[in-house]
Design a protein around this ligand. Structure first.
Ligand code: SF4
Length: 80
């Protein structure tokens, strides 16, 4: 049996924070969409706009993702 291909991990940065979204973990609970609709908008492509809210607000919302699909690092590059 072969496993389904995993969707690639997506990254969205505003230069201060980089939001990482792992589609295969997302349970589509819409917590992010309801909590910060300016940033998380499934009607738009790309659906995450890291420029649309202050970094602190994005970080707070990412932390509330119940599935772990959303994560972040501060800065535009991952730190070691
Ligand atoms: S909060 Fe997390 S699990 Fe829910 S829709 Fe957003 S990314 Fe997916």
């Amino acid at each position: 049996m072969s496993s389904p291909p995993e969707e690639p991990i997506k990254e969205y940065s505003n230069g201060e924070v980089t939001v990482i979204w792992q589609p295969h973990l997302c349970t589509h609970s819409a917590v992010c969409v309801k909590g910060l609709p300016r940033v998380f908008n499934v009607r738009r492509r790309p659906w995450i706009d890291a420029q649309a809210a202050p970094t602190e607000a994005i970080v707070q919302q990412v932390r509330q993702c119940p599935s772990g699909a959303l994560s972040y690092w501060l800065g535009s590059e991952p730190s070691a």
